[in-house]
Design a protein around this ligand. Structure first.
Ligand code: BJ8
Length: 443
């Protein structure tokens, strides 16, 4: 077991946390199936040990993120529940289009909902067609299997109309949860589309005020914007440090930090990101890296990777490469651009929020020319030698977009490997072979 300096209690990883009695009453109170939940935590704990803790040369600052992961179903949930007792509502989301600035302005907390692992698959098959992407199935699996304390703590669950799979599955989810709020989103970046986004954010603001009983004033909205912007700025600092060769942090650890951003307290998280950045700057000054200089550098692009979806970066980095950036909603697509906080009126600040989210280049938009440009820009900035386009099986938007993205990037001299996979480990060996062949081609 690891120990955080100055912390009396040793870190207990997810699997061991399940064995402790500390949180059982809390989990039971949330309606979790304790046996299934213990089983989930054991598997996740083991995966975490094997994938993350086995890495050599990790920065010291990762201990904080180890700790958050060790308590992601424990202490963090307790914090949320304690907050609820003081009147702070919890809002769960499946998409980076849910404007956290507004949630925070209403004194509530936004959390990402579990969508990165298969669970209760037989039950899920009763509700969703087999050819549904793993991310949507996962959300249902965690609900049906009663193993997600975030979902069960949420006072409101926001489902957004993005891809057809999500949009239609929310009709079914609505029968499984008592508190689903559906946010409509545009499909085209037209003036009408922007007006829809603005109207939906306005409707969401009213819904948040009703949920919390808090009036969203310009001052409160500015505060909300500042908290979220600070976290984004910290992530931008981290991303910039990954430009260096040798890479000061592994892609796996950087992905983990991106994932933790969806769960952790944003202010504490921001401080911890800056701390690890200080350490990485020292490493860079001494030309130290997690892998030797000249290690092949890859960019990942495509579908979001939610906790505990670590499969592909793990395969890539085990094959001898380093992932230097994520063009993903759990990565730069989700954090790119700050919200302008210079406005004084509610109207100006709400407009600024719309402007910021309007730039998110998710593949559900048609057309979506910004995305290949962003991928190319990131590949150049991070000095990536190749790009892995990652799509979840049955994800039409990213599968469709992968082909033009690949053509455009390859025309610009950037090699692309397209991978479609799911959350199972069945194709791990095959993926490893393909990744190794891609790396040989880059050499
Ligand atoms: S803004 S990427 S978080 S929608 S993988 S469920 S697209 S079929 S997740 Fe996403 Fe918001 Fe877009 Fe980002 Fe559908 Fe594809 Fe499944 Fe997906």
């Amino acid at each position: 077991m690891l120990k955080i300096p100055g912390r009396k209690k040793p870190i207990i990883y997810m699997g061991e946390a399940a064995m402790s009695e500390d949180y059982n009453a809390m989990w039971q109170g949330l309606g979790l199936d304790l046996a299934a939940h213990d089983q989930l935590l054991q598997v996740l704990g083991q995966g975490y040990q094997d994938i993350f803790l086995s890495q050599a040369g990790r920065p010291q600052g990762m201990e904080y993120f180890n700790f958050v992961m060790s308590e992601v179903h424990g202490l963090r949930i307790k914090e949320l529940i304690d907050g609820k007792a003081e009147g702070h509502k919890v809002v769960g989301s499946f998409c980076v289009f849910v404007p956290e600035e507004i949630v925070r302005a209403a004194g509530a907390t936004l959390v990402g909902l579990c969508t990165g692992a298969d669970f209760a698959t037989e039950e899920v098959d009763k509700y969703l067609p087999r050819n549904t992407c793993a991310l949507i199935k996962s959300a249902f699996g965690f609900k049906l299997g009663k193993v997600c304390p975030y979902l069960e703590s949420a006072d409101m669950i926001v489902g957004e109309n993005t891809c057809d799979g999500k949009k239609k599955s929310y009709e079914t989810l609505n029968n499984l949860v008592p508190n689903l709020y559906v946010m409509d989103l545009p499909q085209m970046k037209s003036a009408e589309g922007k007006a829809l986004l603005a109207a939906e954010y306005e409707r969401f603001k009213t819904a948040m005020e009703e949920l919390t009983g808090v009036e969203i004033t310009p001052e409160r909205l500015k505060e909300g914007i500042a908290i979220v912007n600070n976290r984004r700025a910290a992530m931008h600092r981290l991303y910039k440090l990954r430009v260096h060769d040798p890479a000061p942090i592994s892609g796996l650890d950087a992905l983990l930090i991106n994932q933790v951003a969806f769960y952790d307290d944003p202010v504490r998280f921001t401080d911890s990101v800056h701390k690890i950045c200080d350490e990485l700057e020292e490493r860079i000054a001494q030309d130290q890296g997690v892998k030797p200089k000249g290690t092949p550098r890859l960019l990942m692009s495509g579908c979001p990777m939610a906790v505990p979806n670590w499969k592909l970066p793990w395969i890539v980095e085990s094959a001898g490469a380093v992932v230097v950036g994520e063009e993903s909603c759990v990565g730069e697509r989700g954090t790119r651009n700050l919200t302008d906080d210079s406005g004084q009126s509610l109207e100006d600040l709400m407009d600024a929020i719309v402007e910021r989210y309007w730039k998110v280049d998710c593949a559900v938009f048609t057309p979506n020319p910004e995305r290949p440009e962003h991928v190319a820009e990131m590949a150049r900035d991070y000095k990536a030698q190749g790009i892995i386009h990652y799509g979840l099986q049955f994800c039409q938007p990213y599968a469709m977009e992968a082909i033009p993205v690949e053509h455009q990037l390859e025309e610009g001299g950037l090699p692309v490997m397209r991978i479609e996979t799911d959350y199972s480990m069945e194709d791990a060996e095959q993926l490893k072979t393909r990744v190794e062949a891609f790396l040989e081609m880059l050499a």
